[in-house]
Design a protein around this ligand. Structure first.
Ligand code: CA
Length: 220
């Protein structure tokens, strides 16, 4: 999940962008012009900004320059088809651009690409008494090390990195065991049970007829 800022003066396009990004689990903030966006950025820098170029008042390029200087990845969403504008955005340091009208699938693919390239991965996550150190592959409960197998750790890390988002058994099986793994989704259930017996049942919720969700937590 990423914190994404959308700056777009057309309400209908803003709604479409927000709908597609929230559906895949991102948190979205919306601004209709650069002034409103600057107020939001002052509160908290987003993980990614989707900027319309043609805005009333200060234009998207000008706002983009500030964001790029702050190290915020920028994706320009522009109706302009002229090559100079596209080149201008990229030479300014924007990560990418997409032309309106866009296909939702293309938009999401570009967003995920940028996030994958630029995300500063969290080192640790704390949820209640549980602490996960992703790079050290270490899990502690109330300050005590919890011995996990490599698979158990991978499963927990995959769920925790997308905390509060439901993940299907197939997704988990593919991500942890590999997509060529011939096992059954029941394997996921067995390992979740083992994880719960080691870290406590409250961290991993069952999502009925779907899969699992890691609850709570904050990154550090
Ligand atoms: Ca516009």
């Amino acid at each position: 999940m990423a914190d994404i800022l959308i700056v777009e003066d057309e309400a209908a396009i803003r709604q479409i962008l927000t709908m597609h990004l929230t559906l895949v689990g991102h948190a979205v903030r919306e601004a209709e012009d650069a002034a409103a966006a600057r107020g939001m950025i002052a509160q908290r820098a987003p993980d990614l900004a989707l900027l319309d170029v043609m805005l009333p008042g200060e234009d998207g390029f000008s706002l983009g320059k500030t964001l790029i200087e702050m190290d915020v990845p920028v994706l320009f969403v522009t109706a302009k088809t002229g090559v100079p504008d596209r080149v201008r955005g990229l030479t300014m340091g924007a990560q990418d651009y997409i032309l309106k009208p866009f296909e939702p699938a293309e938009l999401l693919a570009r967003v995920e690409n940028i996030l994958r390239r630029t995300r500063r991965e969290e080192q640790t996550l704390v949820s209640g008494a549980l602490r996960i150190d992703f790079s050290a592959r270490r899990v502690q409960l109330r300050g005590e090390d919890v011995p996990l197998t490599a698979l158990e750790f991978d499963l927990l890390a995959m769920l925790a990195r997308r905390r509060n988002v439901a993940m299907s058994r197939e997704e988990l099986l593919g991500g942890v065991w590999g997509y060529d793994y011939a096992g059954e989704t029941r394997t996921v259930d067995v390992h979740v049970q083992r994880l719960r017996s080691k870290i406590g049942a409250e961290y991993i919720e069952t999502v009925y007829k779907y899969g699992y969700r890691f609850c709570g937590g904050r990154g550090e």
